[in-house]
Structures are given as structure tokens and as C-alpha cells.
Design a protein around this ligand. Structure first.
Ligand SMILES: O=C(O)c1cc(=O)[nH]c(=O)n1[C@@H]1O[C@H](COP(=O)(O)O)[C@@H](O)[C@H]1O
Length: 272
């Protein structure tokens, strides 16, 4: 099944636009996982089990694993997801970008090593740096467009022939790079105005929208700006707010994650 078909099915099956981000920060894991040799795997799979019926996608961020030399645990987490929840898209967030020959290795890493349905990539190096990903015709390529961080404006807002650069990226992906029909764009929830601009440019193309939760993006503004005509079209990511949701002393971390994921999904749905 293609990435887009899988995403459409997951949106419908779980009635959810929520993407659960897997960013395991060792210092913030419950103590029992900090001391276990496969603690990251145990923590992430517990979060996955607690939220799988509430999510339209899972998105592990590779840096959190690579920094701890825990790629083996990431491989096992991806295998667990593919085995137990094959209907939920797995997005590897690695934001790669390099010359074609090297990009091909990054594509192998995402699609073959980790078995991801989609991968995040940077458009900065241009068309030949994203073409290798398209050789996997059924897999998703999620291109950075208008990122959620304040510094994203440094380059993405540069005026290019009367239009900000991020709009050129959106147009380029919609018109030229999406030959397989498996592209999506990253647009931050922290910038609803730009989200609406991108939606107007790309039609129904899916958008990966990080920035609610820990980064403070407003859910109602995000959904209003980014939804398609049918009230869908987004993978709205939250990582830390779900992973480290435990508020009350004694509350189980997985139950807390489920509670916040459920509240977030419901808040998103209320605004669709
Ligand atoms: O591509 C991404 O996922 C991404 C793009 C972007 O513009 N901003 C952004 O925060 N992200 C990622 O989305 C996640 C956000 O995490 P929280 O802020 O904890 O919800 C992190 O894994 C970021 O690396």
C-alpha cells in the first residue's frame, strides 16, 4: 500500500489527524527506563501501545536515537510498529538533504533499514537531491516548507520574485516533485497564516504540521488554516507534550500519554 493510501486509511480508521512524535530524551524518561539497556525501546513501545488507536501516524526523530547510539532500538521500534500496527504510517524524521549519490543512501536508510512509509527531507539542495527518494515509488517524501521554529523565517521568508521562498517550495513540490503522488510538506503549527497560504497552493496535498503542544501552536487556528475541503489533510504532530505528559505524582506515564493524546485528538476533531 502506498504512503498516501495508508495515511488516508489511518485518518479514517482512527478518526484522527494526530501524529505522535517519538523523541525519547533520556533525561526525561521514567527512571526504570533510564537504567534498562533497552529502555528507549520499552518506553517508545509503551507509548505506541497507549496511543495507537488515537494516532494517524508515528514519527520517530532519528537524532534522539543516534545521539545515544540507539539506532538498534529504533530499528526494533520500527519493526514493532510495522508488525503490530501495519495500518498506521511510520514517518522517519531525519530531515536529510545531500547530492544524489548520498541521498540514495539516506533513502535506503529510511525505507529499507527502518522500513519507513515516509521520510522528511530538506529541499535546500534542489531536485536531484530529492529524486533518489522517488525511486521508492510507493513511499512518502515529506519536504520542509515553512518550519515551526522562529529562525525558519531567516531563509524561508526571503523574497524571491515577489513571493517568499517557502511558497516557491510549496509550488515546486506540487507542480514538479510530486510525480509519484506521494509528497507532503512540513508547515509549522506556529504559523497559521502561512499554513493557509500553503494549503491554497497545494490543494489536498497532506501537510505534516508540528508545533502544537510544547511549541505552543494553537490547535483551532492550525486546523482552521490547514484543513482541506473535507476537514482532513494534516498530520498534526505532538511529541514532548504526549511523551512526558505525567502530571500528578503516581500517574502512570503511558496512561498520561494516552490522556493527552486523546484530549489533543478530540480538540483537533472539534475544530475540523
Ligand atoms: O519535520 C519535523 O517533524 C519538524 C519540523 C519543524 O518545522 N518543526 C518541528 O518541530 N519538527 C519536529 O517535530 C517535533 C516537535 O516536537 P514537540 O515540540 O516536542 O512537539 C520534533 O521532532 C521536531 O524535530
Amino acid at each position: 500500500m502506498t504512503f498516501i493510501n495508508k495515511l488516508n486509511a489511518a485518518w479514517a480508521a482512527n478518526d484522527s489527524l494526530l501524529c505522535v512524535g517519538l523523541d525519547p530524551d533520556m533525561a526525561r524518561l521514567p527512571p526504570q527506563f533510564q537504567s534498562a539497556p533497552d529502555g528507549i525501546y520499552q518506553f517508545c513501545t509503551a507509548i505506541i501501545d497507549a496511543t495507537a488507536d488515537l494516532a494517524c501516524a508515528f514519527k520517530p526523530q532519528i537524532a534522539y536515537f543516534a545521539a545515544l547510539a540507539a539506532e538498534g532500538q529504533l530499528e526494533r521500534i520500527c519493526a514493532y510498529l510495522r508488525d503490530k500496527y501495519p495500518h498506521i504510517p511510520l514517518i522517519l524524521d531525519s530531515k536529510r538533504g545531500d547530492i544524489g549519490a548520498t541521498a540514495k543512501q539516506y533513502a535506503c536508510e529510511a525505507y529499507d533499514r527502518y522500513g519507513a512509509d515516509a521520510v522528511t527531507v530538506s529541499p535546500y539542495m534542489g531536485s536531484d537531491s530529492v529524486e533518489p527518494y522517488m525511486e521508492w515509488r510507493d513511499r512518502g517524501v515529506i519536504v520542509l516548507c515553512r518550519t515551526s521554529n522562529p529562525g525558519g523565517s531567516d531563509l524561508q521568508f526571503l523574497d524571491v520574485n515577489g513571493r517568499p521562498l517557502y511558497q516557491h517550495v510549496a509550488q515546486l513540490v506540487a507542480d514538479k516533485w510530486n510525480a509519484n503522488g506521494q509528497c507532503a510538506l512540513v508547515v509549522g503549527a506556529t504559523f497559521p497564516e502561512e499554513l493557509a497560504q500553503v494549503r491554497a497552493i497545494v490543494g489536498d496535498m497532506p501537510l505534516l504540521v508540528p508545533g502544537i503542544g510544547a511549541q505552543g501552536g494553537d490547535i483551532v487556528a492550525t486546523v482552521t488554516a490547514g484543513k482541506t475541503g473535507s476537514g482532513s489533510g494534516m498530520m498534526i504532530n505532538s511529541s514532548r507534550a504526549i511523551l512526558y505528559a505525567t502530571a500528578a505524582v503516581g500517574e502512570d506515564f503511558a496512561q498520561a500519554a494516552r490522556r493527552v493524546a486523546s484530549e489533543t485528538r478530540d480538540a483537533i476533531n472539534a475544530a475540523r
